[in-house]
Write a protein that binds this ligand. Structure first.
Ligand code: FES
Length: 112
């Protein structure tokens, strides 16, 4: 596993999300949503909604779910599963670690 620094802990408030771009081992950039749930739990998901090409990190976060701002599909933060239409496919969930003030993500290690 290769963790890369995504942002600082202070960059994302509880019930918030931040879009970052991290390179995978092939050097390809991947948009990642760094999400802090309303209870403070951290998650890293693919930032592109599985319905259409819009950023999930601009959506609302609450109680383990992120809602796509464009058409309202919701995704489980832990599994990436699509919970409500119009999305039907999951988004990737990546390994995330907090080390001191750093939020670290491994975009090569999907959790599903
Ligand atoms: S683009 Fe996300 S629900 Fe349509």
């Amino acid at each position: 596993m290769t963790f890369a620094r995504a942002c600082s802990v202070g960059d994302v408030e509880p019930a918030g999300a931040l879009q970052v771009e991290l390179d995978d081992t092939s050097g390809a950039p991947r948009p990642v949503a760094i999400v802090r749930d309303s209870d403070g739990t951290w998650h890293a998901l693919g930032d592109t909604c599985s319905h259409e090409d819009y950023s999930l990190s601009e959506g609302d976060v609450e109680d383990g779910v992120i809602e796509c701002w464009k058409h309202g599909a919701t995704f489980d933060l832990a599994s990436g599963d699509a919970l409500t239409l119009p999305a039907t496919e999951p988004v990737p969930v990546y390994a995330i670690e907090i080390t001191g003030d750093d939020v670290l993500v491994d975009v090569d290690a999907t959790m599903q």
